[in-house]
Design a binder for this molecule. Structure first.
Ligand code: 23J
Ligand code: MN
Length: 262
């Protein structure tokens, strides 16, 4: 079908609801879980704040509006290559310079929610991904890969979402070899439902935070705190994950969404 016909068809099916837009973002506000790195290791992102400017009152008679305190890496968000030292030299590695064509792409949804419920430190390996591909089809170049853990069900309870104890945070994520395997497929990026693209215990891996290290080394993108992956098919949806055009930004909160048939 010619592209002009595809566009007409898409427009009709969006209006009719035959193609649905699924919301993949969590609510962004003071209760949004925020990553907490050990304070002796690094400075942290502040909590989200929403301050009223006016609400049809003396400060603005006809209008309501707010201003915010908002870290780039807050809530459902995008990691650009410049976020990590391994990606620091990509001129197109910032939120305002990246290639927007890349962020709208087919999405592979790897459902490891049962494994993650059974083990909060569950690690996804190349063997897991290959078994998933044998069942659902190969992961292709330019595609997103996201790991379903149903961690979004914890997002209303920051302690449960971060899930930290004396040994640090506990949440599922990929092994270093898994990230390398996905990058060998030339994916555009990797997304999770947890606070970051890496597992809770990834600070102790070699290298530290392998998803960040390898993804951004290869000019690829990360997505974190994704919601509603349980509403997506394993294959067939199109993910739209566009960051704000922050000047020289390293990441951005996003309204992540997927186009889904039926
Ligand atoms: C900096 C250091 C470690 C991590 C992160 C940031 C993130 O998760 C992030 O939001 O990029 S794990
Ligand atoms: Mn981030």
């Amino acid at each position: 079908m010619p592209a002009t016909e595809v566009m007409k068809d898409l427009a009709v099916k969006l209006i009719s609801g035959e193609i649905r837009v699924v919301d993949l973002s969590g609510s962004l506000g003071p209760d949004t879980p925020i990553l907490q790195l050990p304070p002796d290791f690094a400075k942290n992102t502040p909590r989200v704040e929403i301050h009223k400017i006016s609400e049809y009152d003396k400060d603005g008679p006809f209008f309501a509006w707010n201003w915010m305190v908002l870290g780039e890496h807050s809530g459902t968000h995008f990691d650009a290559p410049h976020h990590w030292i391994t990606g620091k030299d990509y001129e197109e590695g910032y939120t305002d310079t990246l290639d927007l064509q890349r962020v709208v792409a087919p999405v592979n949804v790897l459902d490891f929610s049962a494994e993650s419920a059974a083990d909060v430190d569950f690690l996804l390996t190349p063997d897991h991904v290959e078994a998933w591909e044998a069942k659902h089809g190969e992961i292709g170049a330019g595609e997103w890969v996201v790991m379903r853990t149903d961690w979004d069900k914890r997002a209303g309870d920051e302690a449960a979402f971060l899930n930290a104890d004396d040994a640090g945070p506990h949440s599922p994520g990929p092994t270093p070899a898994c990230v390398e395997y996905l990058l060998s497929k030339k994916i555009v990026g990797w997304g999770t439902q947890c606070i970051g693209t890496d597992a809770g215990q990834a600070g102790g891996m070699t290298p530290s935070f392998p998803a960040h290290n390898f993804l951004h080394r290869d000019n690829c993108f990360g997505l974190a705190s994704l919601a509603n992956l349980d509403k997506l098919p394993a294959k067939g949806a199109v993910l739209i994950a566009a960051p704000l055009k922050i000047a020289r930004g390293t990441g951005s909160p996003i309204r992540a969404m997927a186009l889904v048939a039926g």
